[in-house]
Structure formats: structure tokens, C-alpha cells
Ligand binder design. Structure first.
Ligand code: MRU
Length: 357
């Protein structure tokens, strides 16, 4: 089978012949910017699990391309047998990280291409899978742009913005979600003072957000997570912008661990707190945040990762949830590619899906 793709200038993209997924290895940033190739199911799983590719939309894009790459490795002419093997890869990749719904969303979308075309030859199904994977990324580019526009309408030139974790271009395509309005505003000659929480324990804020903003020429100040309160108290923050990994039907939003603490502080200081993300991150099958599975990660990320020497005894117990859920009552608005949803979220999110269909 021969394919030809024009590689998009993105942090996740397909090789020209469609046989590999390329990603920027985000674990090496900010010191080394290196592109790595993923070809086997194990490599794709490992890259998602270890956060070489991370951020809900980027994980979805990688999974879409990954399934296309793996589909080409299935050796059968029988569409039904192809589906059986395709589903094994799908389930395997889906088990790499549980919280970001974009992973299962993209995998299910790819599976839908197979089930809808079982009457066609396998070769044709594989070609359609390639088209779908490219579409997922192209839609993400448009989605980020639309979210950036809506987000920008909520802030003013000169504002101070606090963000947590990384929801910028590295986590998506092009503009990003939570950082998108800031990059778009910059393009239009606006200036913001951005405060980036370093985001323990994996330091996405320090390693990725401050890197992206600094390189983009924005005014960014890196703070430790426990400094969010003082910068708010100082009057330096006009709004908080964060991304999301899964939003429940009632507006409860899962995002990187520590996000809910930022939202509680923002409420205390009377600062609007916005969650920015695509409709693909909204999971109406979760009624509330209690239905969202929270990923638990290796305790060594707290004890020793990033330190020259361990900072706790190896036998010390650690609790390392990768995400928390921000209660919908703390959220001033959920910014999607179709507009800004406000409370009551049951109604506004349901209406959003009706509009999107
Ligand atoms: O564990 P990570 O780094 O994948 O967590 C990422 C986040 O929490 C982001 O804020 C979220 O995925 C939104 S990315 C646009």
C-alpha cells in the first residue's frame, strides 16, 4: 500500500509515507527539542504513558495517527478479522492513560471508520483511516483558533493571567486552548502579563508553558504552585485560564492536579476562572466529576524525579494523583470552539452539543 502525506508543521505529525508518527519528545524540553518516531503499538503506548506526547488534544491526535500506522501492520484481507485486530490495538492504546477523554474519543472515532466500511476491501478501509486521522488534526487546528477568539473576548490588553500546567501549542495544534487567546492577542499587538504555575510534580508549567510563552515573545513569570495566592492577593491577576482533560455534564472539569486549588483561590479573591477546551473534551456520559477516573502515577515522580538526590526516603508513602476535578460552582465559563458556556452547565453544555451536531 502506498501513501503520500504532506507532513503538517506540528508537534505531532505523520511521516510522508504514513508509516510512522513523529512527535516532539516533551519530556526533553526545554533543554532539548528532539523529534522521535513511533511505529509499534508499544512505542505509541509508552510515548503516551510517559508523557512524551501529552495534553488532551495532542494525545487524541497521536492516537488517531497511531491507529492508522498500526492498521497498516494488520495482515489480513478479511474486513471482519481486520476489525478484531484493530480493536485489540485500540483497547491497548486506550489503557495508556485514563483521564483525558480525547484519547478514547479519537480511538472510537477511528474505530467508527472501520465499522462503517466493513463492506469495503481492507486496503480501502486503511486509506479512509489515514484520511480520518488527518481530519482529527485539521479540526484541532480550527478548534484551537476558535477557542482563542472566544477566550480573547474575555480579557483586555494589559491583563494579568494565571495558568496552570500546559494547554498551549505543544498540547494541541497551533495556538493551544488556555494559551491560545494569549498568543492570538500578541499577534494583534496586545500585551499580557502571564503567570505560569510550575505544576508539580511533572513541571509542565516550568518546562513547557514558560518555554512556549517565552519563545513566543510573551511576558511570562514562572511561579511555584504555592505562590498563586500571593500573586492574586497582590492584584496581579485579572483572570485564570486553564485547560481540561474531561468535563462532566454538570460542568465539573478534570485538569492537571492543583487546578482545583487555583479555582478555590480565584473564588476567594473574586477573580474569574475559565476552563478552555474543545467539545471533544466534554463527556456527557459523566454526570458529575465523581464519574471521572483519576490517573494515579508512580510515587517516584514526587520522591526523586527531577532532583539530583531523592528528597524523601524510598519507603515514605506518596499519593500522586495526576488530575483533580474543579467543581462547576468555581468555574466562571467553559470556553469551547462553539462559544462560552455559562452556568447552569447542564443546560449550556447540552445546548452546545445540539448546536454542534
Ligand atoms: O498530564 P498532562 O500533562 O497530559 O496534563 C495535561 C493537562 O492537564 C492539560 O491542562 C490538559 O490536557 C489540556 S491541554 C490543551
Amino acid at each position: 500500500m502506498r501513501f503520500h502525506f504532506e507532513p503538517l508543521a506540528e508537534n505531532v505529525y505523520l511521516s510522508e509515507d504514513g508509516s510512522k508518527v513523529f512527535i516532539i519528545d516533551q519530556t526533553l524540553l526545554p533543554n532539548v527539542s528532539k523529534v522521535i518516531a513511533l511505529q509499534t503499538a508499544e512505542e505509541i503506548y509508552e510515548a503516551i504513558f510517559q508523557l512524551r506526547v501529552r495534553g488532551a488534544p495532542a494525545i487524541g491526535i497521536c492516537a488517531g495517527y497511531g491507529m492508522f500506522v498500526l492498521a497498516q501492520q494488520i495482515r489480513t484481507e478479511d474486513p471482519q478479522e481486520f476489525l478484531t485486530q484493530f480493536r485489540k490495538y485500540k483497547e491497548y492504546l486506550n489503557s495508556s492513560r485514563p483521564t483525558a477523554v480525547n484519547l478514547s474519543w479519537a480511538l472510537t472515532r477511528m474505530e467508527g471508520v472501520v465499522t462503517a466500511n466493513l463492506s469495503r476491501p481492507v486496503e480501502e478501509i486503511v486509506r479512509l483511516l489515514g484520511e480520518e486521522a488527518v481530519k482529527i488534526q485539521q479540526e484541532d487546528i480550527q478548534m484551537c483558533r476558535a477557542i482563542s477568539e472566544y477566550g480573547l473576548s474575555l480579557i483586555h490588553d494589559g491583563d494579568g493571567i494565571l495558568t496552570h500546567c500546559n494547554a498551549g501549542p505543544l498540547a494541541t495544534s497551533r495556538y493551544g486552548t488556555a494559551l491560545g487567546p494569549l498568543f492570538l492577542g500578541k499577534e494583534r499587538g496586545m500585551n499580557f502579563r502571564v503567570f505560569a504555575d510550575e505544576t508539580r510534580p511533572l513541571l509542565q508549567g516550568a518546562r513547557l508553558t514558560s518555554y512556549e510563552l517565552q519563545k513566543g515573545g510573551l511576558d511570562v513569570t514562572l511561579i511555584c504552585d504555592n505562590m498563586a495566592s500571593i500573586v492574586m492577593k497582590n492584584g496581579w491577576i485579572n483572570a485564570c485560564f486553564v485547560g481540561c482533560d474531561r468535563v462532566a455534564a454538570n460542568g465539573d472539569a478534570a485538569n492537571k492536579i492543583g487546578t482545583s486549588g487555583v479555582a478555590i483561590l480565584a473564588k476567594h479573591y473574586g477573580i474569574p476562572f475559565y476552563v478552555l477546551g474543545p467539545t471533544s473534551t466534554i463527556d456527557l456520559s459523566c454526570k458529575t466529576g465523581d464519574d471521572i477516573e483519576i490517573e494515579l502515577r508512580n510515587p517516584d515522580e514526587i520522591r526523586s524525579k527531577f532532583y539530583q538526590e531523592p528528597m524523601a526516603l524510598p519507603e515514605v508513602k506518596c499519593y500522586n494523583p495526576a488530575f483533580d476535578v474543579t467543581d462547576h460552582t468555581l468555574i466562571s465559563g467553559i470556553v469551547t470552539e462553539h462559544g462560552v458556556c455559562r452556568a447552569p452547565y447542564e443546560q449550556s453544555l447540552a445546548a452546545l452539543f445540539e448546536k454542534a451536531i
